[in-house]
Ligand binder design. Structure first.
Ligand code: FAD
Length: 421
């Protein structure tokens, strides 16, 4: 049995560890947290998963929440009046071909950890440093680092040409709330863009105590959406900051959130991080190569709601690469090839995230088109499920212009006022 070490018990590490166990590998997972720690901990993400990621999870028996997590039928986009008007200047909703769903990672990760240990996986409860990796690597044929954006990701050199940002592009405040009125368009991933200032997202989430709403404020630093919370601010203060920003800049969302209260005492998060693409292989001090996965080596801002989807894709791509390698060596060239297969998809998300963070003029023009052309609205919504087609019409100004001209020539104007549920 080939011995694989997976460092990090987030969605990427756990999905890879479980996938390899099912293929009869001997898998050790290193993670400081056990299932109960994660359940008792703070909110981690909004983790909206789209069709392909959900299908992958179901295929492996890892998504038992279809009957409880609301089916998110579309993506709504509203653009706020930068001067603070009470109505959006623009509004459309695109339909998703397959519903998306969000299950609190505080439920999903413990469930997957339990499955892992029940299926015979070994869980080492610790936070690994580079010396640990070196010691553990001696007993394993392959080390995969799935430790997210912090600590160990620094072992993997930055690819500066793929990492244009040198600071966090958004300051994040997230709260899960109860007591909100339903979105008038049904269960949607709702996105309000505040030009030059950031975004407000809402979506329904299946969380610890049932269904609630996640409200995420993504504020440009120093801009009007940002709220300066004290160091060590508690969940209640984060919620107050979220509601204050939403009331001032997305009043149509605030209307339904006015009675909102925290879904549980740890249902809030704040922070921010610099998007980064790193080398896929790090060398430990004795020269041993280790393979980085998901956020450890490709971290995008949550503005496109893709990181957990990509974590699942990366787990699938790496599992296949490992299995296809048969008895062959897990050397540096294997690692680079595995990452290259992942990057073929991940690069679209990185390019899209950059466009959404910087908001070039053509994006606002595409939104205006989507408001009166349902096909464009639907195409935008489905890009969350598969961003690879965005290169043909969304990412570059020239292609966007050509697309808009094609639509104007070919399609009759239609408004997108059909509710999606
Ligand atoms: C506010 C917010 C909203 C988001 N919304 C969405 C969304 O709607 N849709 C979406 O697809 N994505 C979303 N994301 C992104 C998504 O949550 C992440 O991209 C995803 O969780 C990354 O998975 P991962 O396994 O690579 O890393 P992580 O989830 O960060 O997991 C890493 C794990 O490694 C462990 N670890 C860290 N260091 C060590 C160490 N030294 N030794 C051992 N273990 C270690 C950590 O404890 C953690 O359990 C959002 C993120 C944020 C912050």
């Amino acid at each position: 049995m080939r011995r694989i070490l997976v460092v990090g018990g987030g969605p990427s590490g756990l999905q890879l560890a479980l996938g390899l166990l099912a293929e009869d590998y001997d898998v050790t997972l290193v993670s400081p947290h056990g299932p109960q720690d994660v359940r008792d901990g703070g909110v981690l993400s909004t983790q909206c998963l789209f069709g392909p990621a959900l299908r992958r999870l179901r295929r492996h028996g890892l998504f038992p929440w279809d009957d409880r997590a609301p089916a998110i039928g579309g993506v709504s986009v509203r653009v706020a009046d930068a001067r603070g008007g009470s109505e959006p200047t623009l509004s459309f909703a695109g339909r998703l071909a397959e519903p998306a769903r969000s299950v609190d990672q505080r439920l999903a990760l413990p469930a997957w950890m339990d499955l892992f240990t029940r299926a015979g996986g070994r869980h080492l409860r610790r936070s690994a440093d580079a010396d640990d990796l070196e010691r553990l690597a001696a007993d394993h044929e392959l080390v995969v680092v799935a430790a997210g954006r912090g600590g160990l990701s620094g072992l993997f050199p930055l690819r500066t040409e793929r990492s244009p940002f040198t600071a966090p592009q958004r300051s994040l405040m997230l709260a899960y709330v109860r007591g909100a009125d339903p979105h008038p368009g049904g269960a949607l991933l709702s996105r309000t863009a505040v030009p030059g200032a950031g975004e407000v997202f809402t979506l329904p989430v299946y969380s610890l105590d049932g269904v609630c709403d996640a409200v995420l404020v993504e504020a440009v630093a120093g801009g009007p959406l940002e709220r300066h919370l004290p160091e060590g601010a508690g969940a209640g203060e984060v919620l107050a900051g979220v509601l204050d920003a939403v009331r001032a800049h997305a009043p149509w969302e605030y209307e339904r959130l006015a009675g909102a209260r925290l879904a549980d005492p740890r249902a809030a998060l704040r922070g921010g991080y610099t998007p980064a693409v790193r080398e896929p292989v790090a060398h430990l001090s004795d020269g041993t190569p280790v393979l980085g996965m998901a956020d450890t080596v490709v971290a995008n801002d949550p503005v496109t709601a893709q990181g957990a989807n990509m974590a699942s894709l990366c787990a699938d791509v790496y599992r296949r690469a490992i299995v296809d390698q048969g008895p062959g060596p897990f050397d540096e060239s294997f690692m680079r090839a595995a990452f290259a297969a992942y990057w073929r998809h991940a690069r679209h998300v990185t390019a899209w995230s950059r466009v959404m963070l910087t908001g070039p003029r053509h994006v606002w023009q595409l939104y205006r088109l989507a408001q009166r052309h349902q096909g464009t609205a639907d195409r935008f919504a489905d890009s969350f499920a598969d961003p690879s087609g965005l290169i043909d019409w969304f990412l570059h100004p020239e292609r966007a212009t050509a697309y808009m001209e094609d639509v104007r020539r070919a399609a009759p104007a239609r408004t997108s006022d059909v509710p999606i549920s």
